[in-house]
Structures are given as structure tokens and as C-alpha cells.
Write a protein that binds this ligand. Structure first.
Ligand SMILES: [Zn+2]
Length: 266
């Protein structure tokens, strides 16, 4: 894809193409001993719990196939299998031989409590990640407004066009959002900023779960990205910073609900 970001720093030697997680993470399927796999399967576990908490999956429902989940979460089938095994051990799911995996019928309050606990833990973590993003991304956007070239502006515009296409096609665009924010960082001209964001990629990606995204929210995000581009094009650091800040607030509000993030504003 045209927006694939090649990064040549030492960081990216270790974790290639962190900018676009459209492709499955390559090393993961080869061995269960990858350092990231533990975190990754915990994240998948949390996302499956989210599906349960949101009602997307209910008791007695059959879980989508490992392959479908692997594609949706953009991880290997190994990670999905690990997550399913963990949830089965916790009594949330059950595997029926030759017939896939099912959500167990609730057998008392413990099961409901397990769902809620998982969901709340996930909310708390997402709120912390957004708090962190609000600390770093607005100043990065301001810096980008000072240094951005027309070439970078074109790249950003292409990314937003691609996002719009994906929205129309109803295809997940979380990787494009990641790429957009990284391109803004790269536009700042500060290589350390880019390396830092690359290093934090896995953490930051948690705020882009497709389950946090509805069509309307994705459409809002596209509009916000266009406002950021306009501020960068005007070389207006303050406007760029404000546009980024507003974007992160809006995404957080959408992800966690107005009430919670209002209390964390400051
Ligand atoms: Zn965004």
C-alpha cells in the first residue's frame, strides 16, 4: 500500500513496519516465546471480554473462528488460541470438540463479575493511554506545523483519503489511524519523537481497538484529521496542537463515554 512507512532506525530493525499493523506481526507465529506474545494475548482476552460486556457476544453464542478473530485483531492464530484457552480456563468460554468455541451460559454472578472486571480494567487502561497521548501528541503536532513540507502534507492527505475509502467499504482502518499519527510525528522532523512513538506502538494501539469504533466515530476522526492537516498546512502550531488535543478528547469521549473523560479533563 502506498502509505506503508519504511523506517530505518535501529528500533525498526527489531520490530519492522510498526507503523502499519495491517500485516500480521511476522515473527509471532513462529514461536510462542516472543516477548510480545504475552501482552498480545492478554489484549485479545480483554477484547473478547469487551465483546461480551458490550453484548456483541452473549451466553450460548458461538465464537467466530480463530482465523476470523486473528484477522480482526490483526494477530496470529497462536495468540487467539492462547486467549481462548485462558478464557476457557476462567470458565468464560468452552470448547466443544469438533464444534468450535462457545460462550458459556452464566452460572451465577461470578461470570458476570468476571466480565465486568475485565471491562473496567480495560477502560482504566485506555483512559491512562489517552491521558498520555494528550501529553505528547499536541506538542508534536505543533512542532510538525513548523516543519511540515508539502510532501508530508500530501502523504497525510493520502492517508485520510484511504481512511475514507475504508469507512465506505466498512473495513477496519485502525492501521491507517496509527499511520496518520506517526506521519504527523515524522513531519515534526524530530527523529527521536518518531522512534519514541514507534517504541510505544503496541501500547498506543490499544486505544484503537475496532470495538471502540463505530462508523460515526470513524467519520468524526476523519474530519478531525482533516482539521489537523489544515492547521499543519497553515503552519499554525497553536491550531495544530489544539486540533490534535480536540481530536484525542473526542476519540476518548467516544471510546469511554462522556461522563468518565469529563472528570479527567484538566
Ligand atoms: Zn486519529
Amino acid at each position: 500500500m502506498s502509505n506503508k512507512i519504511e523506517d530505518r532506525g535501529p528500533q525498526s530493525m527489531r520490530r519492522k513496519s510498526t507503523a502499519t499493523n495491517a500485516a500480521p506481526l511476522p515473527a509471532e507465529s513462529e514461536s510462542g516465546a516472543q516477548p510480545g506474545i504475552q501482552r498480545r494475548y492478554q489484549e485479545i482476552t480483554a477484547r473478547i471480554r469487551e465483546m461480551l460486556a458490550s453484548g456483541a457476544l452473549g451466553p450460548g453464542d458461538r465464537l467466530p473462528s480463530e482465523r476470523t478473530l486473528a484477522e480482526r485483531f490483526r494477530v496470529s492464530r497462536n495468540s487467539v488460541r492462547e486467549a481462548i484457552r485462558a478464557l476457557a480456563e476462567q470458565g468464560v468460554l468452552e470448547s466443544r470438540r469438533g464444534d468450535g468455541t462457545y460462550v458459556r451460559e452464566p452460572d451465577g454472578e461470578s461470570l458476570a463479575a468476571a466480565f465486568v472486571a475485565g471491562f473496567e480494567a480495560q477502560r482504566h487502561r485506555i483512559a491512562e493511554i489517552f491521558q498520555f497521548r494528550r501529553m505528547i501528541e499536541p506538542p508534536i503536532a505543533a512542532l510538525a506545523a513548523r516543519h511540515v513540507s508539502s510532501q508530508w502534507l500530501d502523504r497525510l492527505k493520502v492517508l485520510v483519503c484511504d481512511q475514507h475509502q475504508r469507512l465506505l467499504a466498512d473495513v477496519d482502518d485502525a492501521d491507517l489511524d496509527v499511520a496518520f499519527h506517526l506521519e504527523v510525528a515524522r513531519a515534526s522532523g524530530n527523529q527521536v519523537v518518531v522512534e519514541a512513538l514507534n517504541a510505544l506502538h503496541e501500547i498506543l494501539a490499544e486505544t484503537r481497538s475496532s470495538f471502540l469504533q463505530t462508523r460515526e466515530r470513524r467519520s468524526m476522526a476523519i474530519q478531525a484529521h482533516l482539521r489537523i492537516i489544515a492547521a499543519l498546512e497553515a503552519h499554525d502550531p497553536e491550531a495544530a496542537s489544539e486540533a490534535m488535543r480536540a481530536h484525542l478528547h473526542a476519540v476518548e469521549d467516544a471510546a469511554l463515554g462522556e461522563a468518565q473523560s469529563q472528570t479527567q479533563r484538566g
